[in-house]
Design a protein around this ligand. Structure first.
Ligand code: FEO
Ligand code: CA
Ligand code: CA
Ligand code: CA
Length: 628
C-alpha cells in the first residue's frame, strides 16, 4: 500500500473496499445517453448553454463589479499572497499553548500527549468567531493529523509508543479560545475561562432519534445516550441562537482491528469502516476503537455536534436527527415561517446532498433545544432539465424500520429513495440576499466510471456533467416560492472549474473561469454579509498537466449576480485553504490554512527547517476598512 499520507480519504477507502468498474450493458447505455443529453445542453450559469458554453454570459472587464481588490496571480511559493492593501498575520498555530502552564510548541519533538491536550489542535478547518459581552471567542475544528507531520520526529513518520498515539488523538477535536486584538495583532488570551479543548475523550450527549437505539449501545455506554468525543470535524455551521455546529466527516478511519481480514457488516462497508483503519492507532490505546472488541462505537460518530462556545460549562450534543454520513458542513437557514432548515453535504464520491427541516419554529429567546432534535430529513434529486426535488427519508419511503435506523444509516436511506449521486458535496452556503443556496462539488474521478460505495450508479449528467471530473463545480438551487421548506427547486451551475488554457470543451470550465482566476476542487464556501461568495480550494497543487497554471490552493471571491470570480489569496505549499469567518466588527477576516507541507515540502509559517503547522490567519485592510 502507498504511504497513507499521500492519498486522499476517498482513495484510501477504495483501496480497502474496491468499487467495481461500471462495465455492464445498462450502465454503458446510461452513460451514452447522458453524453447525448450533454451535447444538447448543460445547465450552466445564467441558463442553458450548448457544449462550448456559447449561451453563458461573457464576463467583461467593463461590467460593474462588487470587489474592493484586484485579482492576484496564481502562486507556487511557500507563503501567503494577497492583493495590495491587505495584510495577513497568524493568530494561532497547531501546538500553540492555550494555558500558561502548557509548554510552547517544540519543533524537535512536536509535543507530547499532555502538551497537545493543552494546546491548539492540528489541521484547523471550519471555525466561527462569537462576540460575548466584551469578549471575542473563537471555536475551530481540528480535523485530523498527517502522520508524517505529527510524528515527523519519528522514523518514517510512525508512532513509536502509546504517547505518540495519544498526542495524535489529542490533536483532534475542537479548540475554543478567547482571542483579542492588541496593537493590531490578534492572539489567544492564555488562561481565559473560555479556553477549552474538546478531544476524542470528552463526554457529550446523544440526542434525537438514534439516542438509545441498540446500534448505539456499547460496553462503556449500555444505554446508548452518552458519546465520547468528536473527531474529524471538517466544515461547520452556526445557529441563530449562537451555538456552533461541528461536522464529523471521515470518522471511519479511526476504527481498526488486529485481524485485517475481519468481516464487517454491509452497513459498516457503506461507511468505509474496515479492520484496516487509516493508521491513527487509536485501537491500540482505547478498546472502543477496536472493531473486534466493540462493534457499535463506529455508529456513534459521523454526526453533527452542537457546542455552545460562550458557556465553558456546557456539554456538547450530538444531533443524530441531522443524519450520519461524512458530514462536510451544516448551513443553517431560518426560513420565512421560522422553521430551521439545515443543508448538508456528504463528502465522498457519489454520495448525496441532504436537507433537514425542524418540526418547531425558531423565535429569538425561546427554547431551541428541540430544533435540531425533532425534524425531517431529505435527500436531493436533481433532474437534467434544471428541476429538482427533496425526497423525504421516512420509514415508508425507505423501507427501513424507524427514524433511528434512518438517522444511523442515512446513506442507505438516501440510496433507497433514489437521490442523485453527486461529485463529492463539500460546503453549502446560503445567499443572505436571496433565496438561493450554493454547494461545492469538489471533484470525482469515479463519475461515469464506478458506482458509489452503495453500488448506486454515477451517470454523467445533471449537476455532474463531466466524466472522471478532475476540476469540480459549484451548483446552486433556488427553492420554489423562495420557501426553503418547499420540496421543489430549480438548479444551475454557478461555475464549472476547469483549465481554459488546455481544454476547449467542458473541461475548460464555464465562461466565468479564465486563465487569470482558474482553480480546481472548490471546497470551502461561505457568503459574507454583503452577499459576496468566498470560495476556498482543496485541490491538486502540482501545477502540472491538467492543473498547469493553477498553483497552490487559494481563496477566490465570486459575485452571484454577474458570475465574476477573482482570486484573493494564495496559500503556502501543499496546504489547503479552508475555514472562514469574521470578527464581530467585520474588519478582520479569519482564514484557515490546513496541512501546509503535507507531503514533505514546505515549512510554513515558521520557515527555516521548522515543522509545518496548520494555522488561522487574520486578514485586514491596511486602511482599516471592512472585509466582509
Ligand atoms: Fe474535510 Fe470534505 O473535506
Ligand atoms: Ca473540506
Ligand atoms: Ca476537500
Ligand atoms: Ca484537507
Amino acid at each position: 500500500m502507498k504511504n497513507l499520507d499521500d492519498i486522499s480519504f476517498d482513495e484510501h477507502d477504495e483501496l480497502i473496499n474496491p468499487r467495481p468498474e461500471e462495465t455492464d450493458f445498462d450502465r454503458i447505455m446510461n452513460r451514452a445517453l447522458s453524453r447525448r443529453d450533454l451535447m444538447k445542453g448543460v445547465m450552466v450559469f445564467g441558463g442553458v448553454a450548448a457544449l462550448g458554453n456559447t449561451l453563458m454570459p461573457a464576463i467583461t472587464q467593463a461590467a460593474p463589479h462588487r470587489f474592493a481588490f484586484d485579482g492576484i496571480d496564481a502562486s507556487t511559493t511557500d507563503d501567503i499572497s494577497l492583493p495590495p492593501g491587505y495584510s495577513a498575520q497568524v493568530v494561532v498555530r497547531w501546538g500553540d499553548p492555550l494555558w500558561s502552564d502548557a509548554e510552547e510548541f517544540d519543533h524537535a519533538t512536536r509535543g507530547t500527549g499532555a502538551s497537545q491536550a493543552k494546546s491548539f489542535g492540528d489541521n484547523n478547518d471550519g471555525m466561527e468567531v462569537y462576540a460575548h459581552g466584551d469578549k471575542t471567542i473563537l471555536i475551530a475544528n481540528n480535523e485530523y493529523t498527517n502522520k508524517g507531520i505529527i510524528w515527523g520526529n519519528r522514523e518514517d513518520g510512525k508512532a513509536e509508543n502509546d504517547d505518540d498515539i495519544l498526542k495524535g488523538m489529542n490533536a483532534h477535536g475542537l479548540t475554543a479560545a478567547e482571542i483579542e486584538q492588541k496593537d493590531g495583532q490578534w492572539s489567544v488570551v492564555k488562561d481565559s475561562p473560555y479556553n477549552r479543548r474538546f478531544t476524542p475523550d470528552v463526554e457529550m450527549d446523544i440526542t434525537g432519534p438514534a439516542a438509545g437505539h441498540d446500534l448505539m449501545k456499547t460496553k462503556r455506554d449500555p444505554d446508548g445516550v452518552v458519546a465520547q468525543g468528536t473527531f474529524n470535524n471538517c466544515g461547520n455551521g452556526s445557529t441563530p441562537w449562537g451555538t456552533y455546529l461541528a461536522c464529523e466527516e471521515n470518522f471511519n478511519g479511526y476504527f481498526a482491528a488486529e485481524d485485517q481480514e475481519m468481516e464487517v457488516t454491509a452497513e459498516m462497508k457503506r461507511y468505509g469502516v474496515s479492520p484496516k483503519g487509516r493508521g491513527y492507532g487509536w485501537e491500540k490505546i482505547d478498546d472502543r476503537f477496536d472493531l473486534a472488541k466493540e462493534s457499535n462505537e463506529c455508529n456513534r460518530h459521523g454526526y453533527v455536534t452542537e457546542v455552545d462556545a460562550r458557556d465553558p460549562t456546557s456539554r456538547p450534543k450530538k444531533r443524530s436527527a441531522l443524519g450520519r454520513f461524512k458530514h462536510e458542513n451544516a448551513e443553517v437557514v431560518v426560513n420565512g415561517d421560522g422553521h430551521i432548515v439545515v443543508y448538508m453535504g456528504d463528502d465522498e464520491r457519489g454520495e448525496f446532498l441532504y436537507r433537514y427541516i425542524s418540526d418547531g419554529v425558531y423565535a429569538p429567546g425561546a427554547e431551541t433545544d428541540s430544533l435540531l432534535e425533532e425534524g425531517k430529513l431529505y435527500a436531493a434529486r436533481f433532474n437534467d432539465d434544471g428541476s429538482g426535488e427533496w425526497l423525504a427519508l421516512t420509514p415508508e419511503a425507505t423501507g427501513m424500520a424507524n427514524m433511528a435506523e434512518i438517522c444511523i444509516h442515512t446513506r442507505i436511506a438516501a440510496s433507497a429513495v433514489g437521490a442523485t449521486t453527486m461529485d463529492r458535496p463539500e460546503w453549502v452556503s446560503a445567499n443572505p440576499k436571496a433565496a438561493e443556496v450554493y454547494c461545492c462539488l469538489t471533484n470525482n474521478k469515479n463519475r461515469g466510471v464506478k458506482p458509489n460505495a452503495g453500488g448506486d450508479e454515477t451517470p454523467v449528467g445533471g449537476p455532474n456533467p463531466r466524466e472522471a471530473n478532475p476540476y469540480g463545480q459549484i451548483v446552486r438551487w433556488r427553492p420554489a416560492s423562495a420557501d426553503h421548506t418547499s420540496d421543489a427547486f430549480e438548479w444551475d451551475l454557478y461555475a464549472l472549474a476547469g483549465n481554459p488554457n488546455l481544454h476547449n470543451d467542458l473541461y475548460g470550465g464555464s465562461d466565468n473561469i479564465t486563465k487569470d482566476n482558474m482553480f480546481n476542487s472548490p471546497d470551502g464556501l461561505r457568503f459574507d454579509s454583503n452577499g459576496i461568495l468566498w470560495i476556498q480550494t482543496d485541490g491538486n497543487y502540482s501545477n502540472e498537466k491538467n492543473f498547469e497554471g493553477q498553483g497552490n490552493n487559494q481563496m477566490l471571491a465570486g459575485d452571484p449576480a454577474t458570475g465574476e470570480i477573482r482570486r484573493f489569496l494564495t496559500g503556502p505549499k501543499q496546504a489547503e485553504v479552508t475555514g472562514l469567518t469574521w470578527s464581530p466588527d467585520r474588519r478582520t477576516m479569519f482564514v484557515g490554512i490546513q496541512h501546509p507541507g503535507e507531503r514533505g515540502e514546505g515549512n510554513w509559517p515558521d520557515g527555516g527547517d521548522s515543522a509545518p503547522r496548520s494555522a488561522i490567519l487574520a486578514i485586514t485592510r491596511d486602511d482599516g476598512g471592512l472585509v466582509g
